[in-house]
Design a protein around this ligand. Structure first.
Ligand SMILES: Nc1nc2c(ncn2[C@@H]2O[C@H](COP(=O)(O)OP(=O)(O)OP(=O)(O)O)[C@@H](O)[C@H]2O)c(=O)[nH]1
Ligand SMILES: [Zn+2]
Length: 349
């Protein structure tokens, strides 16, 4: 778990300690009973962070109720170094009215269901969490200009499977090329595929697929992700404008990650994020996403990699015997491609 060493993210510091080790924790502050802190914040309200802009957080509270409102918040000192990211559920105190000019404080980050990390790269040596609590990933890839690359989509898939996030694919610019050949690479994966062209966006279908979910949109620069997100959420500027008004700091730059509301769902746009960290990925989490194959792997020899050269691999034997039909062949192929990619030394992209 490489993020445990991230100085900007200390949620996991004690995650692997058991009860007995808690007693000998060296940090006396960490031993303070929670009850001493809690009463102070018993009136805290909970909300979801939708924007992060230089120390100011935009938070939606009481979503889909008559009390629904947007708050502007800062972080309370007691959060220490914990980073608050888009998608986080947080508890807030202070002025939580949401009135013009009001400011609240984030005192707690609720437990995250999923995390998506960005790889360390030239501009930032540390792997950081960029989105919390997403349950879907909308992978946007163009049919042409730029040319679609299977390997890039595979990397997104691995990041999604590892985080327990369901991938869906949108192939854009289908007016420029027929995506059938490219899509055949993913025939073994059970994910939804939308086709889009700028004179015919599948707005209704995608909107429907986003309802009730937090969906992180990813894609290489130039694939038409912004065009698509703007078509899905035409009022996007209004939704994120409020925080800017209050901070007086102008618009979000194109590099900030922001959540846009779309009915009962959220779409998290990640402009400027080109890579997701794969350094920590356990191959077992990839196999686990192929439930039918994972079941067969129980018969595999210990330490089986399930790659083409694995002796006595039960998955390979069943698939070769035709037990899973034509689809089984495609699925094994996809699984092996992802595992091979993961086994390669350089896992950044
Ligand atoms: N032919 C065609 N062009 C499109 C389509 N969708 C977007 N484009 C064009 O592709 C270019 C890139 O679109 P953007 O929406 O800016 O792409 P992006 O993925 O957000 O790229 P970045 O802003 O660099 O992150 C623009 O010139 C769009 O007009 C499409 O369906 N068909
Ligand atoms: Zn095997």
């Amino acid at each position: 778990m490489s993020w445990m060493s991230d100085p900007d993210e200390d949620d996991g510091d004690y995650a692997e300690y058991d009860e007995s080790s808690i007693r000998v924790r060296p940090n006396p502050k960490a031993n303070k009973p929670r009850s001493k802190i809690r009463p102070e914040h018993k009136n805290a309200v909970s909300g979801r962070v939708f924007s992060v802009d230089r120390g100011r957080y935009g938070v939606w509270v009481a979503e889909n109720t008559p009390e629904e409102r947007q708050l502007v918040a800062t972080r309370a000192r007691e959060l220490g170094k914990k980073s608050v990211v888009t998608g986080d559920w947080v508890d807030l105190v202070g002025d939580t009215s949401g009135d013009e000019g009001s400011l609240s404080r984030i005192v707690r980050i609720q437990e995250r269901t999923t995390l998506l990390r960005r790889s360390a790269d030239d501009t930032d040596a540390v792997e950081r969490i960029i989105v919390a609590n997403a349950d879907q990933m909308l992978i946007v890839v163009a049919a042409a200009n730029p040319e679609p690359r299977t390997r890039l989509v595979d990397r997104y898939l691995v990041a999604a499977f590892d985080a327990g996030i369901t991938p869906i694919l949108c192939i854009t610019k289908t007016d420029l090329a027929d995506p059938a050949e490219f899509l055949a690479n993913f025939a073994g994966l059970e994910f939804r595929v939308f086709q889009s062209r700028d004179d015919d966006f599948p707005i209704e279908e995608i909107t429907e697929a986003l309802q009730g979910h937090t969906t992180v949109a990813v894609g290489h620069s130039g694939v038409g992700k912004s065009t698509l997100v703007n078509a899905l959420v035409p009022e996007a500027n209004r939704a994120i404008g409020r925080v800017n008004d209050v901070t007086g700091r102008g618009r979000h730059t194109s590099s900030s990650t922001v959540s846009l509301r779309i009915g009962s769902g959220w779409i998290v746009d990640t402009p400027g994020v080109r890579s997701f960290g794969l350094g920590h990925v356990d191959p077992a989490s990839i196999l686990g996403s192929f439930t039918d194959l994972a079941e067969l792997s129980l018969e595999c020899p210990r330490g089986c990699t399930h790659l083409p050269d694995s002796p006595d691999c039960a998955i390979i034997e069943h698939v070769e015997a035709g037990d899973l039909g034509e689809m089984g062949v495609l699925r094994l192929d996809s699984l092996q491609r992802l595992l091979t990619m993961l086994a390669a030394k350089n896992t950044a992209f």
